[in-house]
Design a binder for this molecule. Sequence first.
Ligand code: ADP
Ligand code: 5GP
Length: 198
Amino acid sequence: MDEKVRHESNRGKIFVVSAPSGAGKTTLCTKILARFPELAYSVSHTTRAPRTGEKDGIDYFFITETEFKKRIEQNLWAEWAQVHGNFYGTSMKFIEENIAKGNHLLLDIDVQGAKQFKQSFPESITIFIMPPSIDVLEQRLKKRGADPDEVIAKRLVNAAGEISQRSFYQNVIVNDDLQRAQQEMEDIISRIRSGRYH
Ligand code: ADP
Ligand code: 5GP
């Protein structure tokens, strides 16, 4: 094997997961991270306020809009986007350092971010999580109780636009039955790790 091929094959794999808010992405990603301890979660940066229970450096790095914009000018984001009125971004340094070490990464980012990211890292594997329907999505967002009604309304409007772009993704998983959806996601990750992915 020549040096370049060996170098490429030692790089960590990147899984990019997107879904409309409330589809169950956090629930599924938490289960997947517990199932695959060698998979690291890419903690995003955001200007949104922390929700109850969210911790800085674990769920997100919570930063100011001024700081976020400074990092745009400094070209420090692997991708960034404005989602539901807040800025979200993935650190380029974090991604490059980890894949160079051979660490596999899981990114939870929106559709705009996934498209940018795939241009810089075309080898990444994209997964879209679908809710069974918009009605079910609304019920889940209300039941979660994390957001006020006007925020939920904004997220539902966004959801239709995001779902219409699902064909961009290499894998689409419908999260109706949680166990089945988890199994589908585990199968994709297992296939990649064993080199059986096409
Ligand atoms: P997201 O991260 O995509 O915004 P969450 O993982 O927070 O979504 O899930 C939204 C709500 O839906 C949570 O209350 C979660 O427990 C619930 N949920 C997730 N998956 C399912 C499922 N397959 N069936 C029923 N409820 C689900
Ligand atoms: P939430 O505010 O519910 O945690 O996330 C809202 C949306 O922002 C979700 O679709 C989530 O995937 C997306 N998001 C989280 N982190 C990032 C990021 O670093 N970049 C981009 N582009 N989107 C992100």
